[in-house]
Design a protein around this ligand. Structure first.
Ligand code: ZN
Length: 205
């Protein structure tokens, strides 16, 4: 992927092609040898930043069939956002000059399930886990306000809301989207078939 031309649409298409290879078991496993590893020791130039759920069933580099130095990956349960996430994202946009911001939720997300259950009256997790539910809850409430009630809809809405939050809170992302220097996509990875389905796109198609 590092060889593709620097533009959002090309990077988005390269990721889609990688996911297609993953889904159809035609992986090329690029950029995973020692030559690549050594070549990267003086710096990195990933073309996309990915904010995904920490879930062990969502291995980002495998899902997109990429290798060393290809993706700048940020992971939190439920792909929730805090200041460390925003700082990491800003770094990827400003210092690494990535072409694409990807937010990836997934099928059967425990954070979404726990939040939906808490909103139905189940106990809210204690300790630091409480923040996971607090940060996912607005997505589910928004989905409900739009008449949605299924867990798949909640998972998609949590992706949409996360992309919206990033665009609202990260001025560098907004500016670059406005002048076409960056794209942003929200995806929902399906455990069942390996497809990273598109939920929302900005600046790419
Ligand atoms: Zn999850």
């Amino acid at each position: 992927m590092s060889q593709v031309e620097k533009n959002p649409q090309a990077v988005w298409e390269a990721l889609q092609a990688g996911n297609e290879r993953f889904v159809t078991h035609r992986e090329e496993r690029p950029n995973q040898d020692s030559t690549r590893r050594v070549a990267l020791r003086t710096g990195q130039s990933p073309r996309a930043v990915v904010l995904s759920c920490s879930d062990s069933r969502v291995p980002v580099e495998l899902v997109f069939d990429v290798g060393l130095g290809d993706l700048f990956v940020i992971r939190t349960a439920g792909q929730i956002i805090d200041q460390a996430v925003l700082g990491s994202l800003e770094f990827a946009i400003e210092a690494l000059d990535v072409d694409l911001v990807v937010v990836m939720g997934h099928e059967s997300c425990g954070a979404v399930k726990a939040t939906a259950a808490a909103l139905e009256g189940d106990a809210i997790p204690s300790g630091f886990q409480r923040v996971l539910v607090e940060k996912v809850a607005p997505s589910i409430l928004e989905a409900r306000s739009q008449g949605m009630s299924g867990i798949v809809d909640y998972e998609r809405q949590n992706v949409t809301e996360t992309v919206n939050q990033l665009m609202t809170r990260v001025p560098q992302l907004r500016e670059r989207l406005n002048d076409g220097r960056i794209g942003a996509v929200g995806l929902r990875y399906r455990l069942s078939d390996g497809c990273a389905e598109t939920v929302v796109t900005y600046g790419v198609e």
